[in-house]
Design a protein around this ligand. Structure first.
Ligand code: ADP
Ligand code: ZN
Ligand code: ZN
Length: 726
């Protein structure tokens, strides 16, 4: 018996099957999709079994035997095997990288995956109670008697090894066995009550439920606070009633605590939660609950879309417009595309929900590719918040660089009324630039050529691209002057400013305050309990959070988001503003929002002020049409990376020329040009952008280019379909 194995190596050149011989002792255990250990050159590697052959044309004397098998049951089932092939063909990633991304670390093909599974020891009674009683009568040792009495009661005891236990085992009263420890850490929300759906919610859920067993995609467009979560739960409940499983994707861990809490309260612990902050072993635990049928619902971030459920009833994607559904490194898949593929396999609906759908999705709903479901109002008595726009050009004249008069007075008012406040500032750290007042020198990260951000709490300069940090110099490294000043505003400085101006309890939520596990939840919990008055944070506070006492949301500055060099800048800004505004006034108390900007006339801001998604959509679609961007054109981004400036430039040009000779005439090829962030970690990034509507030659042409550079270890070429950022 021979097998074809896909090895763990993701290096550019190796992406083929290797043939191995299976020794007799393993013949019965070999199935497609299990992992095997194999000799590979001088190494021992792990790989997936892809094919089983009775014979081979290769020289049999040269074929090596596998060393051992890793799994009793396949880690890749039939659906996953074909999904991986599809990903590899359409995303132009290596097949093995597609498989690896589907699996938790413990099940990836990787030699030395050091996942330490924690076992508990149990002592099990194996003699009858009568026999034990007999022994107890004669026994003189108190320890043994106590233990045996417990064993009589319970049959099984969790235990550590002691000499008493050894004696009991020696006398044949019990035996030891091991079982993997299971952890379960999520808790429900104490005040969760199932609501009675209103008419719109009822109608939306019915439409999906009536479409069970069909692979339709729905777009649930519901304003913030319109009760989308309740609709999701209703649909999932119905799917469970029909004996099926459900996947629900959420964008970020910061969203999960409250949503997961609601789900756990309603469905109990048939839920598995998968997100990036789980340890490898916790992830594996959750995964096992899925494969052994304990879990029926998975809530998770992007990669949860791959969970090996075999009978999916519905897939839900909350906040579908979120960029985190797209993976930024290889394989650059979008979980929304995978969801639709899986829905075809399982014949189940996909529901994508958002208050601010992505333009692509809303356009598809317009073309009837997706079915549009709408929730137009909030079910509670609360109305949409009132939005004020403040022109910072005027405020600066008055000396208000950080906060306008109106924002300050509103904060004061809400504090007096004992209500809560959220303030968004989409930049972490203390200040964005440190520079010398005498010579103008600004210190930059030498590896990325990007200015450092100053973090006052650690007194460090940090590069937000490569993560390098170094202590702040009190002297200018150029001229030695001590006249060093910081410019720009980050969340740390904002926190300091708020503490100066108000006597309020302020808490900050950004990457720096939530890097440890549980910190997120802790901040959210304590803000929920009103242990703080003001929550400040980056965009991670914009989505999904539901705090009834919040009546004021302030956006300190939207301009960096608005001016980002990206065709999605307006869309992203509109979404950010609507989402964060949606945190205000979610209960009886009226909500107010204050947006500070230097561009008060911009349409992203004015439409967000009026909660007018449709208006924004129409305006932005005009721009996209004019400039030939999605959803009118598809985009492919080719990234050409090299440590050598010249060589990178030369090869990028070669690729550009080749594309121009090969692709359709109406396909647009831009570049090569330097990427927005040209140098990261000492690697230069060139890019070529392809805009196309239909080009049958595209995939093959790109494939050819990738293959050509597979063996070139000085140049790396990556292709990104429908990139999030360009
Ligand atoms: P969304 O996800 O659309 O922003 P949520 O699902 O978080 O909105 O709902 C907002 C609030 O409205 C929640 O506190 C929720 O409990 C409440 N809610 C939702 N549906 C109803 C309903 N039919 N009746 C009463 N309250 C509801
Ligand atoms: Zn200087
Ligand atoms: Zn750097």
């Amino acid at each position: 018996m021979y097998i074809e194995v896909l090895t763990q190596i993701t290096s550019k050149a190796v992406d083929q099957y290797y043939t191995y011989k299976v020794p007799d002792k393993y013949k019965d255990k070999i199935t497609i999709g299990i992992r095997v250990k194999i000799p590979f050159g001088k190494m021992i590697l792990e790989g997936f079994v892809m094919n089983i052959l009775s014979d081979t044309n290769y020289d049999k004397s040269k074929i090596k035997e596998i060393i051992s098998i890793t799994d009793d049951t396949p880690v890749l089932n039939k659906e996953m095997l074909s999904l991986g092939k599809y990903m590899s063909n359409t995303l132009l990633c290596s097949l093995v990288s597609a498989y690896q991304v589907m699996l938790p670390k413990a099940l990836k093909a990787e030699i030395n995956t050091n996942i330490k599974i924690k076992y508990n020891k149990y002592l099990r009674r194996i003699k009858s109670i009568e026999e034990i009683d007999e022994y107890i009568k004669k026994c003189k040792y108190e320890g043994q008697i106590n233990l045996l009495c417990k064993l009589k009661e319970k049959d099984v005891l969790i235990t550590k090894m002691t000499s008493t236990i050894n004696t009991i085992i020696k006398h044949g009263f019990g035996e030891i066995y091991l079982e993997e420890e299971k952890r379960y850490t999520y808790k429900g929300i104490s005040n969760y009550k199932k609501v009675i759906l209103n008419e719109e919610q009822e109608r939306a859920s019915k439409e999906v439920i009536n479409s069970f067993n069909k692979s339709n995609t729905f777009l649930l467009y519901g304003v913030t606070g319109s009760g989308k979560t309740e609709v999701y739960m209703k649909i999932i409940e119905e799917s469970l009633n029909q004996g099926k499983e459900a996947i629900m994707l959420v964008p970020e861990i910061s969203l999960t605590p409250q949503v997961v809490g609601k789900f756990i309260s309603r469905f109990g612990n048939i839920i598995s939660v998968l997100h990036s902050k789980l340890s490898d072993i916790e992830r594996y635990d959750e995964y096992r609950k899925i494969t052994n049928g304990e879990s029926k619902i998975v809530i998770g971030t992007r990669s949860a879309i791959f969970v090996p459920f075999t009978n999916i009833g519905v897939i839900i994607i909350d906040e579908e417009h979120t960029s985190s559904y797209k993976q930024e490194n290889h394989p650059k898949y979008n979980a929304k595309d995978i969801a639709i593929l899986r829905s075809k396999y399982h014949k189940c609906p996909v529901v994508m929900g958002s208050a601010t759908p992505s333009l692509e999705s809303f356009a598809r709903a317009g073309n009837k590719v997706y079915k549009l479901l709408m929730l137009s109002k909030r079910p509670t008595s609360s109305s949409m918040p009132i939005v004020n726009i403040v022109d910072m050009k005027e405020e600066v004249k008055k000396g208000n660089f950080i906060m306008s008069d109106i924002l300050k007075s509103k904060i004061k008012e809400k504090l007096e009324q004992k209500e809560q406040i959220i303030i968004l500032l989409n930049r972490r750290g203390y200040s964005s630039i440190i520079s010398c007042k005498d010579c103008g020198y600004t210190e930059k990260c030498p590896k990325c050529d990007i200015t450092y951000t100053y973090h006052k709490s650690s007194n460090n300069l940090k590069c937000h691209y490569c993560g390098t940090s170094k202590p702040l110099n009190t002297k200018c490294s150029n001229c030695g002057s001590t006249n060093i000043k910081d410019y720009g505003l980050g969340t740390e400085k904002l926190e300091e400013e708020l503490n100066k101006l108000f006597t309020a309890r302020v808490v900050r939520m950004d990457v720096d305050t939530t890097s440890k596990k549980g910190q997120h939840q802790q901040i959210i919990d304590s803000f929920q309990k009103h242990q703080y008055d003001i929550l400040i944070g980056t965009q991670m506070i914009a989505k999904g959070l539901d705090f009834p006492l919040v009546t004021l949301v302030g956006v300190v500055s939207v301009d960096s988001s608005l001016m980002a060099p990206d065709f999605r800048a307006s869309e992203n800004t509109y979404q950010l503003l609507s989402q964060v505004a949606g945190r205000a006034g979610r209960s009886q108390n009226k909500g107010e929002v204050i947006i500070q900007t230097y561009n008060p006339e911009h349409y992203s801001i004015t439409y967000a002020k009026n909660h007018d998604y449709l208006g924004f959509y129409k305006e932005e679609m005009k721009m996209r049409k004019l400039l030939k961007y999605p959803p009118y054109y598809y985009i492919v981004l080719i990234n050409i990376m090299s440590k050598e400036y010249e060589n990178g430039f030369k090869e990028a040009n070669k690729i550009g020329n080749y594309l121009r000779t090969k692709l359709n005439n109406n396909t647009i090829i831009l570049g090569p040009s330097m990427a927005n962030i040209f140098k990261i970690n000492n690697i230069y990034h060139y890019q070529i952008i392809i805009k196309y509507q239909k080009d049958e030659l595209l995939i093959n042409t790109l494939n050819f280019i990738i293959n050509m550079y597979k063996t070139n270890n000085k140049i790396n070429v990556e292709v990104d379909f429908n990139p999030i950022k360009i």
